[in-house]
Design a protein around this ligand. Structure first.
Ligand SMILES: C[S@@+](CC[C@H](N)C(=O)[O-])C[C@H]1O[C@@H](n2cnc3c(N)ncnc32)[C@H](O)[C@@H]1O
Length: 288
């Protein structure tokens, strides 16, 4: 009973076996609703909620719309084209990948994640079983998503060659990772980008204007600010200077000013429409 309650206190509802059974009972209803709303072929509801939350998830409209929106942000801010080579770190169950599967032509997409069930849903999704699309499991430890993972995130070497990708993007991933791990991932991203390539990272920026009505980050350790003392990985934020310092040390520069998300108040700072997190953008120099 204590372990059961602890799961709730930690707030990772889908890790709870009973909640998981209930979620699976909702799957057939969701599947019908997805068909009615023209969103067939999405991962199951019980899987979507793992990486994309419960809010607006039933029927799949929000999931599909946000996937398309994220693709449009990649086009706008990283100038991706149908021939780009793209890496998504922490792809979840394929929200953006599904949209990109109808966009990329001779380009390639690799999605990697540490949460095996979500990644399996990508590999089994017919929309994602196409040339140029690959899904790789990283057995990296994270208290929220892969508690028994074999490798430490701050030591993990990504299994790709240097200078391989035009764009590397992470959506709501550094929002679940702590300082040493993010620092190491930035080193890896810098190594893996082609000269001139772009990094697109969604995050909670802790700089001025970070006061939000719904989400607060009262705790701090090293460079990360966090919302929940029992499990810091549930929601993590960083100062913009943290990203600057780590990318600059690897020779990358800021590509564009941050794009502020809807989570911030005052609302005037919101310049991204319907997306909740902030976005930071860095670029590897063209001549390295
Ligand atoms: C909130 S979900 C977002 C999923 C996906 N990016 C999307 O936009 O739908 C966070 C994802 O980050 C992944 N993740 C957490 N820690 C990670 C790490 N150290 N390396 C790679 N992925 C990680 C989780 O497994 C999860 O799928």
């Amino acid at each position: 009973m204590r372990r059961f309650l602890k799961k709730f206190v930690k707030g990772v509802a889908w890790q709870n076996p009973i909640i998981n059974i209930v979620l699976k009972l909702i799957d057939p209803v969701d599947s019908v609703l997805c068909k009615i709303s023209g969103n067939s072929g999405l991962p199951k509801y019980s899987i979507r909620v793992r990486s994309n939350g419960f809010n607006g998830q039933l029927g799949g409209q929000r999931f599909a719309k946000n996937g398309r929106f994220l693709q449009s942000l990649l086009e706008k801010h990283c100038e991706i084209t149908p021939s780009s080579d793209i890496l998504e770190i922490g792809c979840g169950c394929g929200r953006t990948a599904i949209s990109l599967s109808g966009y990329l032509e001779e380009g390639t997409y690799i999605g990697m994640d540490i949460e095996q069930t979500s990644l399996k849903a990508c590999s089994e999704n017919k929309k994602l079983q196409r040339d140029g699309f690959t899904f790789d499991f990283l057995d990296v430890q994270n208290d929220e998503f892969n508690p028994s993972g074999k490798h430490k995130a701050d030591e993990y070497r990504f299994p790709y060659n240097d200078n391989s990708f035009d764009t590397i993007f992470l959506v709501s991933v550094f929002t679940h990772m702590l300082t040493d791990d993010v620092t190491h991932y930035i080193d890896e991203i810098s190594r893996l980008l082609k000269p001139g390539g772009s990094a697109f990272i969604t995050t909670f920026l802790m700089d001025d204007g970070a006061e939000s009505e719904g989400l607060n980050f009262p705790f701090k350790a090293q460079d990360h600010f966090y919302a929940t003392e029992e499990m810091p990985e549930i929601a993590v934020g960083y100062l913009k200077s943290f990203y600057d310092n780590n990318f600059h040390k690897n020779g990358l520069s800021e590509k564009k000013n941050p794009v502020f998300g809807k989570w911030r108040s005052p609302q005037e700072l919101n310049n991204i429409g319907d997306f909740s997190q902030d976005i930071v953008l860095y670029q590897k120099p063209k001549n390295v």
